[in-house]
Design a protein around this ligand. Structure first.
Ligand SMILES: Cc1ncc(C[n+]2csc(CCOP(=O)(O)OP(=O)(O)O)c2C)c(N)n1
Length: 173
């Protein structure tokens, strides 16, 4: 996911390009979510929509540090994670609108988008539900020696005794 470099570019050029690339990805997430909001509030979209507005930098910052084949697992508020990991907005919209062209053939909707081609093991409507999936993915990588990492995006974060230790800011919904 990193910027391709050529010999004529200085370190500063490369850094600037990277920042612009990351900023564009954040804007893409924001625009995606504004469209979702429009569809949802006009009742043109089946199911629920939990927006990622205001948190774009979290997904983009994390995913920029990952390889394409590294794994992520997501939450009920997962559109930003999908876009940041490289999902196609067209296929995401198709999924949200219940179309065959969607990532889960339109059967999953907003909270169940998964994209194995970009290492995205899926959103999860169960709070904390994706932690086990990320752990399994990390274990498989370790056993197979592939060097992939697994990132579990989470909102309410639990310790082992399930005490809440941190809460991220809320989105619109
Ligand atoms: C195991 C489980 N318990 C309860 C719920 C019901 N539930 C849905 S969203 C939510 C709140 C989640 O809060 P947070 O993770 O901070 O995300 P937010 O929607 O506030 O951004 C709860 C309790 C659930 N989906 N899964």
């Amino acid at each position: 996911m990193s910027i391709a470099t050529d010999q004529s570019k200085t370190k500063g050029d490369v850094k600037t390009e990277l920042w612009i690339h990351m900023y564009r990805r954040m804007v893409m997430i924001r625009e995606f979510e504004e469209q979702v909001n429009e569809l949802y509030t006009r009742a043109l979209m089946p199911g629920l929509a939990h927006l990622y507005i205001g948190e774009e930098a979290v997904a983009v910052g994390v995913c920029e540090a990952l390889r394409k084949d590294d794994y992520i697992t997501s939450t009920h508020r997962g559109h930003g994670h999908c876009v940041a990991k490289g999902a196609s907005p067209d296929r995401m919209f198709a999924e949200l609108l219940g179309k065959e062209a969607g990532y889960c053939r339109g059967k999953g909707g907003s909270m169940h988008i998964a994209d194995p081609a970009t290492g995205n093991l899926g959103a999860n409507a169960i709070v904390g539900g994706s932690a086990g999936i990320a752990t399994g993915a990390a274990l498989s990588s370790k056993r197979l020696g592939t060097g992939q990492v697994a990132v579990c995006f989470s909102r309410i974060i639990f310790t082992r005794n399930t005490r809440i230790i941190r809460r991220q800011p809320r989105g619109t919904f």
